[in-house]
Design a protein around this ligand. Structure first.
Ligand code: DGI
Ligand code: FE
Ligand code: FE
Length: 201
C-alpha cells in the first residue's frame, strides 16, 4: 500500500475524533468507487477523500485565528459560520502539512462544503462522496441519491445542493453565496443549458 496514504491515515487518527475519522474513511472509499465509475484517478480520489475534513475538528475560534495567520480570506458567510472554514483551512493544511502538490486534490478539498459552479469531475466526486458515504444518515433521500451518484454526476450534485439549501433555509442559518451560485449553475446544467460547459461528460 502507498506509504503516503498510511502516513495520512495515521496523522488523521490523531487530529480527528472517532466519528470524523470513520466518516473520512467512508468518504475516501466512496470517492474511489465513484472514480472507478467515472474514469478519475483512484489515488487522487482516495487522498482527497481522506483529507477533505482534516481541519474539521479544530475549534471555530482557532479556525478563524489560523485563517488570519495564513492569509486565507474569510467571507461574511464564513465569519457568521466559521465551521465553513474547515474546507479552505483543510485545503491549506493538505498542501502545507500533508505535502499534497496536486492542485486538483487541493481544489476538491477547498470546495467540498459549498460546491461551486463548473466543478471538475474530482470536485464533484468529493462533494458527492461526502454526502453519500455509508456512515451518513442525515438526509431522507439518501437511498435515491446514492443510486443516482453512479448514474449522473451533475444531477446528483444538483439534488444535494437543493437538499442542503432547503435544509439551511428551514433551519434559518446563513447561506454562503457560493452555495447559491453552485445551485443556480447546476439547476441550469440539469434543467436548461449552460453554454460554457455544454457537451462536457
Ligand atoms: O464536514 P461535513 O459535516 O462532513 O460536511 P460538509 O463539509 O458538507 O459540511 C456540512 C455542513 O455545512 C452542513 O451542516 C450544512 C453546512 N453547509 C453547507 N453549505 C452551507 C452550509 N452552511 C451554511 N451556513 N451555509 C452554506 O452555504
Ligand atoms: Fe466537510
Ligand atoms: Fe465530510
Amino acid at each position: 500500500m502507498n506509504s503516503n496514504i498510511l502516513y495520512i491515515r495515521m496523522k488523521l487518527k490523531e487530529k480527528l475524533d472517532e466519528d470524523r475519522y470513520e466518516h473520512t474513511l467512508g468518504v475516501s472509499y466512496t470517492a474511489v468507487c465513484l472514480a472507478m465509475r467515472y474514469g478519475e484517478d483512484l489515488y487522487r480520489a482516495e487522498i482527497a477523500g481522506l483529507l477533505h475534513d482534516c481541519a474539521k475538528c479544530i475549534p471555530d475560534e482557532i479556525k478563524l485565528r489560523k485563517c488570519r495567520k495564513f492569509n486565507i480570506g474569510i467571507s461574511a458567510a464564513e465569519l457568521a459560520n466559521p465551521s465553513l472554514l474547515h474546507a479552505k483551512l483543510g485545503a491549506y493544511y493538505a498542501m502545507n502539512k500533508y505535502g499534497v502538490r496536486d492542485m486538483e486534490v487541493i481544489n476538491a478539498i477547498q470546495c467540498h462544503t459549498t460546491g461551486k459552479p463548473a466543478m471538475s469531475t474530482l470536485e464533484k466526486i468529493i462533494f458527492i462522496a461526502d454526502y453519500i458515504e455509508p456512515r451518513r444518515d442525515r438526509a431522507e433521500d439518501l437511498p435515491k441519491v446514492r443510486k443516482m451518484a453512479f448514474v449522473d454526476l451533475d444531477r446528483t450534485v444538483y439534488i444535494i445542493l437543493k437538499d442542503t439549501l432547503d435544509y439551511l433555509k428551514k433551519k434559518g442559518g446563513p447561506i454562503d453565496p457560493m452555495s447559491e451560485k453552485a445551485y443556480r449553475f447546476y439547476e441550469e446544467e440539469v434543467n436548461g443549458t449552460n453554454s460554457d460547459t455544454a457537451g462536457q461528460e
